[in-house]
Each structure stands twice: as structure tokens, then as C-alpha cells.
Write a protein that binds this ligand. Structure first.
Ligand code: MV4
Length: 448
């Protein structure tokens, strides 16, 4: 097992990784920007290194500074958290060259899944169901038109280097196709320096359902069920739940085993998430995330598996502590992402937290790195905490969520807590009757 792990991140995920390290007897090194000198992840770690000025590109994305910090402190491994360098194949390669373990998958798997066309081809070959569309990139309009007519309009044009919803263009009918391809190519070139685009059938009302997997270096692969992440705004998840209220046990077992078998075939290492769109009782792969995700705690709550602990153990060459038959889903869990934002306009609200009290009690977990007197810097993501609630039934979880939201105190800044207090009374939400467009429609209807 590693003796020293450098945590190349900030905020609640840096704390989450620190906690897993401590429980494994590992000593931790925090890195921080000058803006984060008084951040909780720095005070909690055994050692800390300042790696640069506030801008992420000069600090948390500064590979040379982070590798130097690892060398100086004698770290055996680096945990990248999520975001920042967590899906950077070059970073994984640089660490390998410095004999520092990357707590994550191989650089090759990161690279394949970063190219959305290669990801589809790889996953299709491994037996995962794909969204119907072009085989590979599309270069000429005539060829694209043939594919589009074959699968039927509407179709989406997506950037191969995109992902997370950036650089998609919709063509409702044949008359839109040429323009959609042209615009998508231009935007992809400007955003990613790569104008490769591909075509997919457009699914109108899907849910976003993702499956958590973990794979060790001894050929063992487990799947830990799904998370329903359909409640989102502008490609940012707002609330996630596990398991999905939309699936039957048989559907869950089937997509779970299909996913597990495919990951085994790939020879993947580490934790990962396979994202599907789910519509009319069918699953369609869209992307694979090769990192630990923000919403991993809801899976932890319903499976009793510590995903970060397993992730570190896997990177250290140990075997998964669980076989598939050990994984039993128990109860329900919901996570609310609490952002330092206006709950109606979503304008960021950095500044000083004057009073703070985390909710607690039965079935409540609050993952955060803020405290009373802490000043949220304006340079980073606005997510300041995750309220994670669990219980035997979804109904109990909704009741707990309401009382936990009412119990939470965060003063001095705006937060999205009132949004969740409003959402929890909505009958569609209470019934689990929603898709990827539902939240934005509800916000548009109710914010005027
Ligand atoms: C789609 C789609 C409909 N049809 N692909 C957006 C994020 C990116 N990861 C994939 N996205 C979508 N791909 C087909 N063929 C609709 C979306 C989409 C979406 C997906 C998941 C969660 C939220 C979303 C919001 C808008 C659009």
C-alpha cells in the first residue's frame, strides 16, 4: 500500500480523498493555490505545498508544479479527484515516467474514452448498446445525409473531442443537415482544435442513467448499479438518485451485467462510469467517464462500498474487496448539489460564510469543505457541498431530505438550498416522473 498520497484537487473532493487515505493508514499531501491557503483541505492534510496563483491553469492544472510537489514531498501516488487533471492522459503518462502512481485508469483508456468516436467503437465492440448513427466521423454532407435518412431525423451532430454536451447541433430535417454539420465543425475547431464530428439519432425525451463500475488489476470487475442523473441544468447535474426510480429489477440486472461484462473485456482498471440515455425501455451508450464522479456517494450509500478506498487499493495493486455477488442494493439515496449561487438566476455568489451548520441525524451525510468564517474564492466551481440523504425507501428519503434542507444553515452568501426546498414539493419529482429536460422546463415555468 502507498505510504504518501498527494491529492491534486481542492474542496470537498480533496477532503473525501484525505478521509479514505487516513482510513488506509496513508499520509496525505495537499496542494493549493494562493487563493486556497486557508482552505480546509490544506489544514486537514499532513503536509501541504503551494503550487501557484489562483487561476486553475496556473495551479490545479499546472502539471509541472504538481509533479515537483510530489517529488519534493516523496509522494508514492497522486489522486486527481474529479475535474482538473483527472481525465488527462498526458498527466497519467508523466506520472508513470516519474514512477509516481496515478490513482486512476491507464493513460490509454483515458485517451480512448476522451475521443467520443473511439469510445463508441470500443464500447460497441465490447457489447454495449450504442445510439444509432454514423460509423466514425462524417466528412461529406452526402454521406451524412445517407446515414441520417437511414436512421431517421431528427439527428444530432456531435464533436468527437466534445463531451458533456459541448458542441452539439440538432438537425430536425434534411434541410438543416448541411448547416448543422458546418456549424458543429466550426465550433468544435474553435473549442477543441479538432473539427471531427459524428452523427447520432436524436433521442427526444431520455433519462440520463449511468452505471458505476470498479475493476482491479487481477481481472475482477464489479458493477454497483445505476444513478439517475436526469435532473440537470445547462449540462450541470443538480440532483442525482440511486437507484433510478424508472427501472425494474430485471432491467437493472440486464444493463448492469452487460456493462460489467464489457468492462471486463476492455481490461479497464480503476473506477469508472458508463453513461447511457434511456428511452422507451432501451439503453443507448453516450460516454464513459474514467474518473471518480461528484455523485459517487449515493452509490456508496446504497452498496456500502467505499469507492475511494477501493480506487486507492486498486491503484496499489490490491484486489477488489468485493465480488459481484457481495454487492446488494439497499434502500435509496439522493444527492443535492449545493452551489454558492442565486437559487433563481444561478448567478455565482462567492464571499464570506458568516454562519454554518451542516445537517445531520439518521440517513444524512454532508460532504463539504466550508466552515463558518470561510471565504469562497471566485476562481473555481460554485459547488460548496453535497447533501446526501439515504433511507430504506424513496419516500423516507424525501422526508429526510426536506428536514435536512431545513436544518442546514449557510449564511452570508446565496445558495441553491431554496431550489431544492421548492423542488421537493413537486408531484412529478416526487413520483420520479422526469427526463433530462424536465428541470429546465420546470425552472422556466416557475421562475417568472
Ligand atoms: C444526446 C441527446 C439526445 N440524443 N444524444 C448532452 C451531454 C452529452 N454528454 C450528451 N448529451 C446528449 N446527447 C442523442 N443522440 C441529449 C443529450 C442531452 C443530455 C444528456 C444527458 C444529460 C443532460 C442532457 C441535456 C441536454 C441534452
Amino acid at each position: 500500500m502507498f505510504q504518501k498520497v498527494l491529492i491534486a484537487n481542492r474542496g470537498e473532493i480533496a477532503l473525501r480523498v484525505h478521509r479514505a487515505c487516513k482510513e488506509l493508514g496513508i499520509s496525505t499531501i495537499a496542494v493549493h493555490s494562493t487563493a486556497d491557503a486557508s482552505a480546509m483541505h490544506v489544514s486537514l492534510a499532513d503536509e501541504s505545498v503551494c503550487i501557484g496563483p489562483p487561476a486553475a491553469k496556473d495551479s490545479y492544472l499546472n502539471m509541472a508544479a504538481i509533479v515537483a510537489a510530489a517529488e519534493i514531498t516523496g509522494a508514492d501516488a497522486i489522486h486527481p479527484g474529479y475535474g482538473f487533471l483527472s481525465e488527462n492522459a498526458r498527466f497519467a503518462e508523466i506520472l508513470a515516467a516519474h514512477d509516481i502512481a496515478f490513482i486512476g485508469p491507464s493513460a490509454d483508456h483515458i485517451r480512448v474514452m476522451g475521443d467520443k468516436i473511439a469510445a463508441k467503437e470500443t464500447m460497441g465492440n465490447a457489447g454495449i448498446p450504442l445510439v444509432p448513427g454514423s460509423e466514425g466521423g462524417i466528412s461529406d454532407t452526402a454521406e451524412a445525409m445517407k446515414v441520417a435518412r437511414d436512421i431517421g431525423f431528427p439527428v444530432l451532430i456531435k464533436a468527437a473531442s466534445g463531451g458533456g454536451g459541448r458542441g452539439m447541433k440538432l438537425a430536425q430535417g434534411p434541410e438543416d443537415l448541411e448547416q448543422a454539420i458546418f456549424t458543429a465543425q466550426a465550433e468544435a475547431k474553435a473549442a477543441f482544435g479538432d473539427d471531427t464530428v459524428y452523427l447520432e439519432k436524436y433521442l427526444g425525451q431520455p433519462r440520463h442513467i449511468e452505471i458505476q463500475i470498479a475493476a482491479d488489476s487481477h481481472g475482477n470487475v464489479i458493477q454497483l448499479g445505476e444513478r439517475d442523473c436526469s435532473l440537470q441544468r445547462r449540462n450541470q447535474k443538480v440532483l442525482e438518485e440511486a437507484l433510478s426510480p424508472a427501472l425494474t429489477r430485471a432491467q437493472r440486472e440486464q444493463i448492469g451485467e452487460t456493462t460489467r461484462a464489457a468492462i471486463e473485456k476492455l481490461g479497464y482498471l480503476g473506477v469508472g462510469t458508463i453513461e447511457y440515455l434511456y428511452e422507451n425501455n432501451e439503453f443507448f451508450f453516450i460516454e464513459m467517464n474514467t474518473r471518480l464522479q461528484v455523485e459517487h456517494p449515493i452509490t456508496e450509500q446504497i452498496t456500502d462500498v467505499d469507492l475511494v478506498r477501493e480506487q486507492i487499493r486498486i491503484a496499489a495493486g490490491e484486489s477488489l474487496a468485493y465480488k459481484q455477488s457481495d454487492i446488494k442494493f439497499k434502500g435509496h439515496s439522493i444527492e443535492c448539489r449545493i452551489n454558492a449561487e442565486d437559487p433563481v438566476t444561478f448567478t455565482p455568489s462567492p464571499g464570506k460564510i458568516t454562519n454554518f451548520h451542516a445537517a445531520g441525524g439518521p440517513g444524512v451525510r454532508f460532504d463539504s469543505a466550508v466552515y463558518a468564517g470561510y471565504t469562497i474564492p471566485p476562481h473555481y466551481d460554485s459547488m460548496i457541498g453535497k447533501l446526501i440523504v439515504f433511507g430504506d425507501t424513496r419516500e423516507l428519503v424525501l422526508a429526510r431530505l426536506r428536514r435536512a434542507l431545513d436544518e442546514t444553515v449557510i449564511t452570508g452568501i446565496n445558495t441553491t438550498i431554496p431550489l431544492f426546498q421548492r423542488l421537493i414539493d413537486n408531484p412529478d419529482f416526487r413520483n420520479g416522473d422526469y427526463n433530462i429536460h424536465w428541470l429546465e422546463n420546470w425552472l422556466a415555468e416557475t421562475s417568472g
